[in-house]
Design a protein around this ligand. Sequence first.
Ligand code: NAD
Ligand code: ZN
Ligand code: ZN
Length: 380
Amino acid sequence: MSTSAGLVIPCKAAVAWEAGKPLVIEQVEVAPPQAMEVRIKIKYTSLCRTDLHFWEAKGNTQLFPRIFGHEAAGIVESVGEGVKDLDVGDHVLPVFTGECGECGHCKSEESNMCDLLRINATRGVMLADGNSRFSLKGKPINHFLGTSTFSEYTVVHSGCVVKINPLAPLDKVCILSCGISTGLGSIFNVAKPKKGSSVAVFGLGAVGLAAAEAARIAGASRIIGVDRSSKRFEEAKKFGVNEFLNLKEHDRPIQEVIAEITNGGVDRSIECTGNIDNMISAFECVHDGWGVAVLVGVPNKDAVFMTKPINVLNERTLKGTFFGNYKPRSDLPSVVDMYMNKKLELEKFITHHVPFSEINTAFELMLKGQGLRCIINMEA
Ligand SMILES: NC(=O)c1ccc[n+]([C@@H]2O[C@H](COP(=O)([O-])OP(=O)(O)OC[C@H]3O[C@@H](n4cnc5c(N)ncnc54)[C@H](O)[C@@H]3O)[C@@H](O)[C@H]2O)c1
Ligand SMILES: [Zn+2]
Ligand SMILES: [Zn+2]
């Protein structure tokens, strides 16, 4: 038992009061975990585009004030009633999608879309009682994706908490709690390219480059990066991207360009921008007969995917994934071990570090398209 167990913890959190406005570091109160919940002391968190997407809230749910953040690592401070497999002091990664272990999805080998704990961006409260565990001067603050890691302490459902090797450095493996695992899984678990194949990756941010890295590990020989910013290409070479197409330099659909340079289309494509036109291009640029396209980027909620049915009839496959189809609690420890066994390099995804007090810098960098992951040190 920790000394703070069962008590409300006052601590600092970065609160988003309004869409698109800088976060404000506030003193908040974090209630103790309820049944099947865990309270975590966050050590490091990083910014993923999905935080930025819902913070900008363009055409999306407006749920403010809110504490964003879902890519993080920390240490269990206390556990609620009924939590059996997590304990005070465990090193953990909170994940935006969970694993109850009981439902049809959790029991299926093919799905990570848990009925109870799958991603839900429109809920700002905890499942147990429909309340928030965060308050500021007595007023509740909304959670985000059940994780809200931009806070020194947060409460997460135990099914969304992954116990990891305690020797793993939390300032590195925090990026496995969303973006990097998502990119890796989109290739290893979903697209599954064969050795020697061609893969197009749309969006060369951390998620896209993790997909490129996985394609390289899987033995793809042509990895074509597509982005609207040429400055991404230099960085992308470190992740196996060996050809580059800048969308802005072509005045015809990029799928036509890709079909031309690949003799009919790539074997696999991964979409990691969230832009609807790119999603359609990513689908239409795969080869007929066998091509598989995987959507990873998060679209605006009203976006509509349109393509001619003949593109599908011609034996192309369209797939989508959350968290690269990894079941977080079952699968993530082995991804952490890949890093520990030097089969996966995480350092090259980490381009910036800021103290928690400068969290808005991480947002500015991502808005300007600078760097990949920015690690936010909660204790600096
Ligand atoms: N499905 C999932 O489980 C999951 C998990 C994590 C992130 N995501 C989503 O994946 C996407 C990528 O996340 P990230 O953290 O790597 O973002 P990022 O901002 O680091 O990278 C995005 C990249 O896409 C490029 N880009 C953006 N808009 C573009 C456009 N219209 N055309 C061409 N290039 C464009 C940018 O230049 C940048 O290189 C986001 O949509 C994010 O919400 C999904
Ligand atoms: Zn994310
Ligand atoms: Zn489940």
